[in-house]
Design a protein around this ligand. Structure first.
Ligand code: SAM
Length: 209
């Protein structure tokens, strides 16, 4: 992401955050505890929404240097929030196997280079009892007008929006990676252009062998 995209990211997302994302993040994160990783943490949109518990140790990973700079600044200005900032990507997470109690991604699976490899890495670093929490914009219902436009616009969108794909079937990718989805909600992201509106959010655990 360019320096300017990172600089204006929060401004661009402000109305969507206020209209729905802040509340969705808050509910998804309200029970996290132990070792928690947010990967693709961006500018730190979720920072103030983690519960403040002494037993929670937060790790924030963001591979893009410009986004990471915004993240570090936000972290410093929120002095009550302590976290370790990492620069790794979802495809290669800097952590031991079975280390995290929770891994959280929001609006990240749309942009990663390799979704399947990313989900395998998330599985590797999650404890067998851990939970994977996701909030992602996804492909619309196949056959719908929105789906049709997502297919048509995807090529150009990826180029202007830093490899963000409009048409990823992320729920299926999560299942294919060997997770069991325990909770899922489908809702349109408000104050957002139509092709980016369809979202899924929920919680998954690793499937038993
Ligand atoms: C749309 S932004 C979302 C940022 C933040 N999660 C949020 O909800 O505001 C997508 C983020 O994913 C990051 N990203 C892209 N590819 C990634 C990868 N392979 N691994 C980790 N993060 C990645 C980008 O650098 C960017 O910060």
């Amino acid at each position: 992401m360019s320096f300017f995209s990172a600089l204006f990211y929060d401004k661009v997302m402000q109305y969507t955050e206020e209209a729905c994302l802040i509340e969705w993040r808050r509910v998804l994160l309200e029970n996290v505890d132990g070792n928690v990783l947010e990967i693709g943490a961006g500018t730190g949109a979720s920072l103030g929404l983690y519960p403040s518990k002494p037993s929670l140790t937060l790790y924030l990973a963001e591979p893009d240097q410009h986004m990471r700079m915004q993240l570090q600044q936000k972290l410093q200005s929120q002095s009550e929030m302590k976290a370790t900032v990492l620069s790794c990507s979802t495809e290669s997470i800097e952590a031991d196997d079975d280390f995290f109690d929770y891994v959280f991604v929001s609006l990240v699976c749309c942009s990663v280079k390799d979704v399947a490899a990313s989900l395998q890495e998330i599985k590797r670093v999650l404890k067998p009892t851990g939970r994977f929490i996701f909030l992602e914009h996804v492909a619309a219902e196949p056959g719908s007008q929105c789906y049709h436009w997502q297919q048509r616009l995807n090529f150009i969108w990826r180029r202007v929006a830093d490899n963000c794909h409009l048409n990823r079937a992320t729920e299926q990718s999560i299942i294919d990676a060997g997770f069991v989805i325990e909770e899922i909600q489908y809702e349109k992201m408000r104050k957002m252009i139509a092709v980016v509106q369809p979202t899924i959010r929920g919680i998954a655990r690793i499937a038993l062998e």
